[in-house]
Design a protein around this ligand. Structure first.
Ligand SMILES: [Zn+2]
Length: 221
């Protein structure tokens, strides 16, 4: 089976996304790229995450999105995944979900701001909300890439969130952090509004995040 490793990871992380309440039902989709092969593996359209087998994960070419392998129809958001890989050379995993709090802010067409320092996990102090476009369209994928900027996350107006990372593990961890920040932003909004961390301190935090979690470095929390 081609891209066997990537297809197994798509199955594994799809279950995690579903099991941990980060999307509703069959909504959302995830993929992993193999740049050496010029291919990406994406979850099939409309299947329960616990029914998906590695052979159901569809393999597409990165350049023209033609189907190379897999008996299923690919996720309707394949163009969005392709666009993120083309715009972000370091990304190798992409997850799109309708997680509750990110989607709450997206339905307010509101950007995520530095209500909590952990927003820096996305590589920026702000997560923009991409303008609305119909799901599964090229217009949506263009809006997503244009609004992402230097961040590895972006909200989709009246729809959900997209995150990317160096692998699905990193993308998944980022998704969890973004859902947390979105929940805190929503809760503080309800309680009268958060005091947002200023730009100078966020620049400091972003610098610390460059070395966060790595051995023999002192920077961290
Ligand atoms: Zn969606």
């Amino acid at each position: 089976m081609i891209l066997e490793h990537e297809r197994h990871l798509v199955v594994e992380y799809g279950k995690k996304v579903s099991q941990n309440g980060l999307t509703e039902g069959t909504s959302g989709n995830l993929s992993m790229v193999n740049r050496a092969e010029g291919l990406f593996a994406i979850s099939p359209s409309g299947m329960d995450y616990f029914d998906i087998q590695p052979q159901d994960v569809v393999v597409l070419k990165l350049d023209d999105a033609s189907i190379v392998d897999g008996g299923r129809k690919p996720s309707s958001e394949w163009a969005l995944h392709q666009a993120v890989y083309q715009a972000k050379p370091l990304a190798s995993g992409v997850i799109h979900t309708h997680s509750t709090y990110c989607t709450t802010l997206a339905c307010m067409q509101q950007a995520m701001v530095a209500v909590h320092y952990i927003i820096a996990a996305c590589g920026a102090s702000r997560v923009e909300c991409a303008p609305y476009a119909t799901f599964g369209t090229k217009e949506l994928s263009e809006n997503v890439v244009n609004s992402m900027g230097g961040a590895n996350a972006v909200l989709l107006a009246n729809h959900g969130i997209v995150v990317c990372g160096k692998g699905l593990g990193e993308a998944y961890a980022l998704l969890k952090n973004m859902e947390y920040v979105a929940e805190i932003q929503w809760r503080t909004t309800c309680a009268g509004g958060a005091k947002v961390i200023d730009d100078t301190e966020m620049a400091n935090i972003l610098e610390r995040f460059k070395t966060y979690g790595q051995p023999k470095k002192t920077a961290g929390r």
